[in-house]
Design a protein around this ligand. Structure first.
Ligand code: SAH
Length: 364
């Protein structure tokens, strides 16, 4: 018979929030503050090697070393666009790949992170949808994108000041893991990032949006993309489950902090949703919703025949909203030449489920 402690199982400790790590140390007979120390090493100092966690007792360090899985996300390639945007591709432990996009600014740097490997929303204008859905990312894989890019930038590089959840996947379809990553990122002992510097972009799942804003009051972007149900259902299949009236009613009810507004994203597609009457309908739809509109001229991608409208059409659409009292800006997304712009991320080599292949058990 063997004696002594059983060998420890490998565990995804990077995905545990603070109470999770406190429980983990308690179950091994250590006081809860040891969990806080590990949390700080991971999420405030980005140290993942137990032997470097010098304030921990040696036996805890070696237990940690036995349990800790390798860092979950390894940069494979990074591509620099003409406009300075850089796209990172990460290989995950199970062989899949996700992408993150670094958007440098003058005194800031924004990272656009992915929340799923693939996506099951099936939006007609989005390249990620074409790869289908493979799986959710766990919190350690979502945060790992930030930590790995932070390491790549190095101590001389700009700090990552802003995070947008707008990469591959629908963050609110992966609500628990997204919320956990957000709790860690905003925790005073963790990433300590202000909720004002975080934006979550969603197709608009009413219950999940409410829960998100109650638990972590980040900035919310809702991808509307059409102002009538037939067009939106054609572009975004999720609209068949949550039609516009229901979505807009939910937006009016959201627990928004005073003076904060929702951003409505509207991808402009030539001949599909870019007519003056679409602008008129959109203005009517948004009446009474505290929001501003970001107009995104479509980023085309190989294999899709959807096109970007002429600039004059984009300007006319914007004017159509402004003249009706809706604040509207045109946002050209960046990194288009390396397929890093909105809606262009995908791992062409990972075969996923086709969007319609499996009835999605997606939350509302
Ligand atoms: N699933 C989330 C986040 C990923 S998409 C969402 O839908 O919001 C991020 C943004 O890119 C969304 O506003 C989406 O409407 C936009 N987008 C998707 N494909 C695009 C494309 N081909 N060109 C321009 N914007 C696109």
């Amino acid at each position: 018979m063997r004696s002594g402690p059983l060998p420890e199982m490998k565990q995804d400790l990077l995905s545990l929030d603070l109470p999770g790590l406190e429980d983990w140390v308690s179950s091994r007979g250590y006081p809860a503050f040891r969990g806080r120390q590990i949390f700080q090493w991971f999420h405030a100092r980005h140290v993942f090697l137990p032997e470097e966690m010098l304030n921990l007792p040696k036996p805890l360090r070696s237990q940690l070393a036995q349990c800790l899985l390798p860092f979950p996300i390894e940069p494979e390639t990074s591509l620099l666009a003409r406009d300075g945007t850089r796209k990172f591709r990460f290989r995950l432990a199970d062989g899949g790949a996700v992408e993150s996009v670094l958007i440098p600014g003058r005194n800031r740097a924004t990272l656009c992170v992915s929340t799923q490997l693939g996506c099951r929303m099936g939006c007609a204008f989005c390249r990620t949808a074409g790869m289908g859905w493979v799986r959710h990312l766990v919190p350690g894989e979502i945060l790992g994108q930030l930590y790995a890019v932070g390491r790549w930038l190095g101590p001389q590089g700009p700090p990552l000041t802003h995070v947008v959840f707008m990469g591959m996947g629908e963050p609110l379809d992966n609500l628990e893991n997204t919320l956990c990553a957000l709790r860690i990122l905003t925790h005073p002992l963790g990433g300590c990032l202000s909720t004002r510097r975080i934006t979550v972009s969603t197709v608009g799942l009413p219950d999940a949006m409410g829960r998100l804003l109650r638990e972590v009051p980040v900035s919310l972007t809702v991808s509307l993309n059409a102002a009538d149900d037939p067009t939106r259902s054609r572009l975004m299949p999720v609209n068949r489950r949550v039609p516009l009236a229901e979505l807009c009613a939910a937006l009016k009810e959201l627990p928004l902090a005073p003076r904060r507004r929702i951003t409505v994203a509207y991808v402009l597609i030539r001949g599909v949703n870019d007519r003056p009457e679409d602008a008129r309908r959109l203005a009517r739809l948004l009446h009474g919703i505290r929001c501003k509109v970001n107009l995104i001229p479509l980023n085309p991608f190989p294999g899709s025949d959807l096109e970007r409208p002429e600039e004059s059409v984009v300007v006319a659409f914007q004017e159509g909203l402004r003249s009706r009292g809706i604040s509207a800006h045109v946002r050209f997304s960046r990194g288009e030449d390396i397929l890093a712009a909105c809606g262009q991320l995908a791992d062409a080599r990972t075969p996923g489920l086709a969007p319609g292949e499996r009835t999605p058990d997606v939350p509302r």
